[in-house]
Design a protein around this ligand. Structure first.
Ligand code: SF4
Ligand code: SF4
Length: 172
């Protein structure tokens, strides 16, 4: 069982003080091994509590690293919903904000995301893309099913770092 890096209390500030990004980089191999070998059912059982604990203490409004640096996929239902909200034609919405990426998904033309405000609030929050609603997947089996994505997310999302550290410490 890995030694826990921290006890229960943490905030973005305390995580920054403990240089969580450096620690995450150092632990990538352990995370990779864990994601490959983990007992899926045991992990899925722990995720709701770990997800809840992480987001009860980490304030996304103090972070916004995902919205500042990466793009969600804008799937057809997302485009329909958001363009309607913005009273734009779907084609005009796409022309204004989106590009196709190498995998054929629509993503924002520029980062930070054009819908992110200076206060880190999302201007289309209630209608945001499904990817944004689900990110960072710490309460879904995606965390095990897409290990490369989880590893990448653990390097910039403090909540994923916390969940991975807690899973390692529990030795599931
Ligand atoms: S990177 Fe993680 S902690 Fe930061 S805003 Fe996004 S989901 Fe929240
Ligand atoms: S749509 Fe909103 S939640 Fe999604 S990346 Fe943009 S600002 Fe963030």
């Amino acid at each position: 069982m890995a030694k826990p890096l921290f006890s229960n209390g943490f905030t973005i500030e305390t995580l920054d003080k403990m240089q969580w990004k450096r620690r995450s980089a150092e632990h990538q191999k352990q995370y990779k091994h864990f994601l490959k070998a983990a007992d899926k059912n045991k992990v899925l059982k722990q995720l709701p509590n770990l997800h809840e604990e992480a987001f009860s203490q980490i304030d996304c409004l103090q972070c916004a690293a995902c919205c500042k640096n990466y793009s969600p996929r804008f799937k057809t239902p997302d485009i329909k919903r958001i363009s309607k909200l913005m009273r734009m034609k779907e084609s005009a919405f796409i022309d204004t904000y989106l590009n196709l990426d190498t995998e054929g998904d629509y993503v924002v033309k520029t980062t930070p995301c054009p819908f992110l405000g200076a206060d880190n609030f999302c201007s289309i929050y209630d209608d945001r893309p499904s990817d944004c609603q689900r990110f960072p997947y710490t309460d879904e089996d995606v965390i095990l099913k897409r290990p490369q994505l989880t590893l990448k997310n653990s390097e910039f999302c403090p909540a994923v770092f916390v969940v991975m550290e807690k899973l390692l410490a529990a030795g599931t």
